[in-house]
Structure formats: C-alpha cells, structure tokens
Design a protein around this ligand. Structure first.
Ligand SMILES: [Zn+2]
Length: 370
C-alpha cells in the first residue's frame, strides 16, 4: 500500500493519540504522550538490587506495571536477586543466565546445566537468558568456540521445554559491529566509546550470519519451546529477514529493546505492516539499565539522567509506536544521528505489543500482574 492509502486507512484512528499531526517534522512532540493502552510491560531491561526502589518510582511514572530483568548471571546472584524482589513479585521478574566460565572450571558442567536451570526456575526465574557471549566468545574446554547449536546444550533446551519457560537469546549485535572498526563505520560514535563491541576481526569472531543461523537451528529444533529474540532478533537492519524468521518459526517472539533507531529508519509502512502481521509475537522493551553506579538508556554512556531525559527516552518510544510523526529523535542517539518516522500502530495491536504478548508468554497471571 502506498503512503497516501496507508495514512487514509490508519490515520483517522490515531487522532486521539497525538495532536502532532501527520505533517509535523523534525521536532519535539507537541503533546505529552502516554502509552495509549494505559499500561505497559517492559519485557527487556536491566536492574541491580540496589536500584530496585528507585526503579519502582520510574515504573510508576511511566505506567510500566511489570518489568523483566533480562538476565542475572550465576546461581548465587540469581538467588539474591529473587530474594530482593520477593515483595515486588507483581512488578518485577528476572531471567537466569549461565556463568559459561564454568565450562572451563567444571568438567561436568554440561551434565549439571539442566538441573542448574531447574533450580533457578524453582527459585522464581521466569526463563533463561543467553547473552551475546554464547556463540561469539564462549569457549569450549579445548579453546574452540562453543556453538549455540552444540548438541551438548540440547538437554538444557529440553529442560526449558519441560519447565515451560522462555529462552531468550541476545545473539550477535548490530551489523555495524561486525564491520571494520574505523571512523567510516556507521556506528563509530558507539564503537569509539566501546571498542570491545567491535567483532570485526574474523580471526577472533565468527561471521554474524553464521551465529544467527546457529541460534535459529535451536529455535527450529525445539518447536515446543518459546524463544525471545532480544533487540528485534538482532537484525532490525533487515525487516524482510525478520518477517521470514517470524513466518518460519512460530515459537519465535521478539522484543524491540534498544533498536528503535534502526526500526525507525525503515519506511513507516513497512514497520507498520511487520508489527501488524506479527502482532501476537512482538513485545515492548527498552534495554533501560539501572545500576547503583549510573543508568544506561538502551545504549550510550552510563550516568545519572534527569527526569527530562527520562521523559524524552520514554516519549520517543510511545511516539514511534503510536504516531506517524516524521523525522524525530530516536531514544538512543549514540547509535546514529539520523531521525526516525513513527509507525502508528492500531490500538488493538498496541494492546498486544505493550501488554498481552509478554503477559501470556511469561504467564504473568501467576503473579497477579495487572
Ligand atoms: Zn539487554
């Protein structure tokens, strides 16, 4: 559908969300947006124990009713975190992440791993998070790279299936991180701040597509296990591929955290169509990180942020999903200085995106989340 038809079809239904209008460009929002559905689940963020009370206030401020801490590494840390959120079980949840260094330290790690996962789930973990080190840097005992689809990990996925939990993969990173580390790189500002995020050296790191394929092998091999692909499955640069993955793998869910900068570069019609077509498996997330030594707004430096800056961060999220505004700032400017266009999702789609999908996937009715 062309832009004119698109706007005619969907524009009218959005009048209630924003008074910014379809012709506004390159500017701050004219109205203070709120999530159109009145409540939100953040299906991908990070928080330490010391920041829980502070974050609960942020949640109230931005109508975030429940947030999922996307990965606590190691058994002790997980138990401590679960203990700390006991009074807030209807507000906060967490995923468990393996300490992969145990592969080197314990020759029986692979045999023990499924029971470790079960123990974490019994302690309250909502699922298993695999950080990007799996497939990229985690080494086997002989020093070779451990593939995500290594059969020795199958018992872990099988146990996850039995426990009916979610497995969340942050595999690889933006395309630019696999391209040469120099000032010509599109993400130079970010890579200059974080040289350790460059995976361009093919003698050290496997190709990006290969890692994603190994991840997808696991998702296809375990069709009864639900997977969360963090950061738009880490391929927000290519919505055609995302569409193909979602079409081919019905057990694959996506969160959008820290990728609005990339999503908003695509034609609005394309983003709108993707989120509408796969409306039952897209989830809101920010990658907002809260730590006692400073916060990170999805990407960029760790520091203290003002209320105004937090306003802007969340506002640009609502604006992208709820309006057709053109050429406004995305939430993570360090990822690139370009502007983005909103995709004005229908309210029915937003209900699922902001709430229903994560609520169902993580069975949040068990915790009286409302
Ligand atoms: Zn994250």
């Amino acid at each position: 559908m062309d832009r004119a038809t698109f706007l005619k079809k969907f524009g009218a239904s959005l009048a209630g969300f924003s008074v910014m209008g379809l012709n506004s460009c390159g500017n701050p929002a004219k109205s203070y947006l709120k999530p159109s559905t009145g409540r939100v689940i953040d299906a991908h963020m990070h928080i330490d124990i010391a920041s829980i009370k502070r974050y609960l206030q942020i949640m109230d401020e931005y109508i975030i009713r429940f947030s999922i801490n996307m990965g606590v590494t190691g058994d002790d840390a997980l138990l401590k975190f679960m203990d700390a959120i006991k009074p807030y079980k209807n507000r906060l949840g967490a995923l468990y992440a393996f300490d992969w260094t145990l592969i080197q330290k314990d020759r029986h790690f692979f045999d023990k791993a499924p029971d470790m996962l079960e123990k974490a789930v019994k302690a309250g973990a909502l699922g298993l998070k695999c950080f990007k080190n799996l497939g990229l840097t985690v080494k086997d005992r002989d020093g070779s790279l451990l593939r995500i689809d290594d059969p020795r990990l199958f018992p872990v996925w099988q146990r996850a299936e039995k426990l009916k939990i979610v497995v969340s993969f942050h595999s690889t990173d933006p395309k630019a991180f696999f391209e040469p580390w120099n000032s010509q790189n599109e993400r130079w500002q970010e890579l200059e701040l974080h040289p350790e995020w460059s995976f361009a050296d093919r003698s050290k790191y496997p190709p990006r597509n290969q890692i994603l394929e190994h991840r997808n092998n696991v998702i296809r091999k375990f069709p009864n296990l639900n997977f969360q692909g963090c950061h738009v499955g880490n391929n927000s640069e290519d919505l055609d591929v995302i569409n193909k993955w979602l079409t081919d793998m019905p057990n694959f869910y996506l969160d959008v955290s820290a990728r609005l900068g990339e999503l908003g570069r695509h034609p609005a019609e394309k983003g709108h169509a993707l989120f509408t077509k796969h409306q039952d498996r897209m989830m809101f997330g920010t990658d907002h990180m809260f730590r006692k030594n400073g916060d990170v707004q999805g990407a960029g430096p760790r520091r203290t942020f003002s209320k105004q800056e937090n306003d802007k961060f969340y506002q640009s999220h609502w604006r992208y999903f709820q309006t057709y505004d053109k050429q406004f700032d995305h939430p993570t400017p360090i990822q690139g200085q370009w502007k983005i266009d909103g995709i004005g999702l229908d309210n029915k789609v937003l209900e699922k995106f902001y709430w229903d999908n994560a609520y169902k996937l993580y069975k949040l009715e068990l915790f009286n989340v409302s």
